[in-house]
Each structure stands twice: as structure tokens, then as C-alpha cells.
Design a protein around this ligand. Sequence first.
Ligand SMILES: [Mn+2]
Length: 225
Amino acid sequence: MTCVMSDLHGCYGKYAKMLKKIGFGEGDTLYILGDVIDRGPDGIRILLDMMGRKNVIPIIGNHESLALSSLKLIRDGASEAELCNKRRYRLWMLSDGGATAAAFRALPKETQTALTEYIESFSVYEEITAGGRRFHLSHTLPEYRPGYDIHGVTLPEFLWGEPDYETAYAPDMLFVTGHTPTHVIDPAFFGKIWYGNNHIGIDCAAAWGGRLGCLSLETMEEYYV
Ligand SMILES: [Mn+2]
């Protein structure tokens, strides 16, 4: 089974339940489309679990990108006062990064180093074939532009962009994204995976009172916790 989930946002319980529900094993591959950390309490715990699994492929989200420089400062022993002097740290704290920072601070330095290196290894996007279909997997996408070439898109657009869900970006590719909760795309889809115009939105608002969604790319079967 090849499956995708996104925007776990510290919800370790939902993550663990989902792995059990789908019977995730060594022959399976799970792509996680970013925003593992922040908002909920247990983002670091999820990252540590992911790091131990060769068949979990992480893709970077805006929360990991925003946190990374501060995580390195904490690893290198920065005090709270020093961190508060950094704009990116203040922005991270405004983005509900407090629980992530506290959990990271409590780790041994070797684990901190392993985690920052792990985040630096995250893909910007992946393109795969499953069930005879082509999929582009990324945290989000930039607005559509005529002559759009996905391979010319820069990292910030994959982290902070707002996709045009009304527009098919390519005729022969399904674009799977998180970042925007599906009920923002269509209020009728609270807690549900959304499909339209060769887009698939999989952020089912796990940390906003919704659910964690998981999609099998071979069968298009949906799973929820
Ligand atoms: Mn995001």
C-alpha cells in the first residue's frame, strides 16, 4: 500500500491509531506531506517515530521550515532570551510552536542533532506512480500560472502557496496537498478528503476538531481517525 497523510500537527494519538487502522507494515510506503509539528502537543514524538521508519517519506511543510533555525539554536544551547531576539523564533511561537520547542529542549543533544538533520533531509515534493496514476505530492502549491512548470517552482511557494483548486495544473497528474483544511476549500468537506480538478486536498483538520485522513493511492480508499 502506498498512502498519504498530512498536517498531523502534534496529534500523535491519531497518527498511531491510523498506522494501526491501515495495518501499516514494512511492505507499505507512507508519504507525509508536512506540518507534523506545532498546534498539538506531540509533534516531536511523531517525528521521532517517523525517523525510525525507512518506509515513511517526509515532505516539508511551512511549520518544519519555520521551526528549523530555532531548533538548531536550541540544540546549540541558546537561552530563551537569545531566542526571543530572533524574528523567526517569535513568528514560530505565534504559530503555536511552544509545545514543539519545549519537547525538543528536553531531548539529549544527539537526538536534537539527529532531528534537525532529519528535517533538513525532507523532500520539497515527490512525484510517484501508484495504481496506474501519476501523483505530485507536496505540502501546498503556488497559484496557477499559464505555462506552469512545477519543476521551476521555488521552495517558499511549496510551503506557503495557496493553490487554485478550480484549475487542473496538468491533465495527466493528480496534485495531492495538505496545508489548507478541506473545509476551507468547501465547507461541506469538514473532516473529509476533497477531490476536484486533478487536486486532492488531504488536510482534514486533525488539530482543529476534525479528523486525520489517510488516502491509499492505489485504491483511492479513504481512512479516518
Ligand atoms: Mn501548512
